[in-house]
Structures are given as structure tokens and as C-alpha cells.
Design a protein around this ligand. Structure first.
Ligand code: G3P
Length: 224
């Protein structure tokens, strides 16, 4: 499973990109608006931090297919690199996806809550579909089950589309998606640290340090 960071915060992206093996960044209008800054400055800075080879998923804010395509082309021309235009599922979005695929522009169909939405998005040519796990769990749905069903559907029909699970609030949800065979997960910055932390790990590391210091003091391997 590939990991992406779901944020528009450049400091968080800089940190996570330095310390974690991420495959890219996802944003959406809410995450961008949170930064209260110039859109192009922000998107270009993100691209600059992650480089051209890592994925950048940027969402259109248009509501008609033609305008979505126009915006997508402008984003592609302006930031370039490994780029995917996020488009919410809907009739206009599906039409825009089919148009963008003809132009060779990558698409992530977002705001996915059901396996049928995902299957139709994939048939339209979407490269990724983004189901919202925690938002489903919050309405007593089963986010992981939806992800699992989408993975099965794509396997059944040999579809190239990847499942990019989104909207996580805890590590358990990420783990369950990984078990389902989900291809990619986009995660808020704070969940990266949570995913690698464990009190037993801390205890083990403290034990190594105190056992070493008891014999060698402050000397390190570099000092021998
Ligand atoms: O891009 C979709 C994702 O960011 C939604 O996450 O936390 O707002 O449910 P959340």
C-alpha cells in the first residue's frame, strides 16, 4: 500500500516527506482553504517540496465538465509532474473524467461512498477512486467494508483503477484498509506519527540506551 499525505500545510508536507516513505500529496478545497494563502503559490510550493516524480492530487472547484477540464489543463500546465486532478463523483465529473482521459490527464474521482460509484468512476477512466472511510464510519456505515468491496470489484473486472482510501481518523482504520488490499491511503500528518508509535517500542529503545550507557557511557560506535 502506498502512503500519501492529506494536507495543504507545507510545513507538514516538508516534515513528512523528509521522514516517511510517501508516494505523494493529496489536497482538496477544504485543506487548501485552511492555509488561507494564494492557491498557485501553495500548489507550486508543494510540488517543489515533493519533486516531479511524486504524485500530487489537486481538486477542481468547478461544477461543469467543460470548466473542470479547463481548470485541470491549467493546473497541469502550471504545476506539471506526476499530477492527478481530483473530481467529485457526479454526472459532470464523469463527463470531465472521460474528456480528461482523452487528453492524457490523470484523474482521481473523489467523494466516493459506495462501491457502485467507484465502479462507474473506474469505467469512465479514473486512475484512482477515493472512498472516505471515517465519514462512512461516522454515519454507522462500514468504511473498510466499502473499500474492501471496491478492491474486489476492480479485481473481478481486471480494472486498472486504484483505490486511494481517504478520511482516516485512527490507525486501526488504516490497518483495516491495508488488509483489504487497498492500493493507496492518504493520511493526515498526525496519523503518520501515530502509525509508527508504540509504548513497547519506546521501552525497547530506552532499554538499549541504558544498557549501552551502563558499560560505555557517552561513547558511541563512532568513538571506538
Ligand atoms: O480528500 C478527502 C479527505 O481529505 C476527507 O477527509 O478528514 O475531511 O473526512 P476528512
Amino acid at each position: 500500500m502506498k502512503y500519501l499525505i492529506d494536507t495543504g500545510n507545507v510545513e507538514a508536507i516538508r516534515h513528512i516527506n523528509e521522514f516517511y516513505p510517501i508516494a505523494g500529496v493529496t489536497t482538496n478545497p477544504t485543506l487548501v482553504a485552511k492555509e488561507k494563502t494564494d492557491f498557485w503559490k501553495l500548489i507550486k510550493e508543494i510540488r517543489n517540496i515533493i519533486g516531479d516524480d511524486k504524485m500530487l492530487h489537486v481538486q477542481t472547484v468547478q461544477t461543469t465538465a467543460e470548466k473542470m477540464v479547463e481548470e485541470a489543463k491549467l493546473i497541469k500546465e502550471t504545476v506539471g509532474g506526476e499530477l492527478y486532478i481530483k473530481i467529485p463523483i457526479g454526472e459532470e465529473g464523469l463527463k470531465a473524467t472521460m474528456m480528461l482521459k482523452k487528453l492524457g490527464i490523470g484523474v482521481t474521482m473523489t467523494a466516493i461512498f459506495t462501491p457502485q460509484q467507484a465502479l462507474i468512476a473506474a469505467k469512465a477512466g479514473a486512475d484512482f477512486v477515493a472512498p472516505y472511510v471515517n465519514r462512512l464510519d461516522n454515519i454507522v456505515g462500514d468504511g473498510t467494508r466499502v473499500v474492501e468491496d471496491i478492491v474486489i470489484e476492480f479485481d473481478n473486472y481486471g480494472l486498472d483503477c486504484q483505490v486511494l482510501s481517504a478520511s482516516f481518523k485512527n490507525v486501526e482504520q488504516i490497518h483495516n484498509c491495508a488488509l483489504s488490499g487497498c492500493h493507496t491511503a492518504t493520511i493526515a500528518p498526525e496519523l503518520f506519527k501515530a502509525a509508527i508509535s508504540h509504548p513497547m517500542t519506546d521501552a525497547a529503545v530506552n532499554g538499549f540506551t541504558s544498557d549501552w550507557k551502563a558499560v560505555y557511557g557517552d561513547k558511541t560506535i563512532l568513538d571506538f
